[in-house]
Design a protein around this ligand. Structure first.
Ligand code: FES
Length: 69
């Protein structure tokens, strides 16, 4: 039995998703994540590989004003 999904918000960075998850696009269709067990979703809005984090949050100095900083 696989691990349940775990979602972790990284300080000033992406949202890590791991475990047994399905990523859906804006139309609700499953997205092929290439068999990855962990993905990092951008939350700064500066990635060039949306929806995935490409590290751009470091260059833009992303500092969210939310509970999960
Ligand atoms: S959170 Fe990493 S590029 Fe946006």
């Amino acid at each position: 039995m696989s691990e349940p999904a775990k979602i972790q918000i990284r300080p000033n960075g992406p949202i890590l998703v791991s475990g047994n998850f399905v990523l859906l696009d804006a139309n609700g269709n499953p997205v092929d994540v290439g068999g990855k067990e962990t993905i990092a979703l951008c939350r700064c809005g500066h990635t060039k590989t949306s929806p995935y984090c490409d590290g751009s949050h470091k260059q833009c100095g992303f500092q969210p004003n939310d509970f999960a900083q």
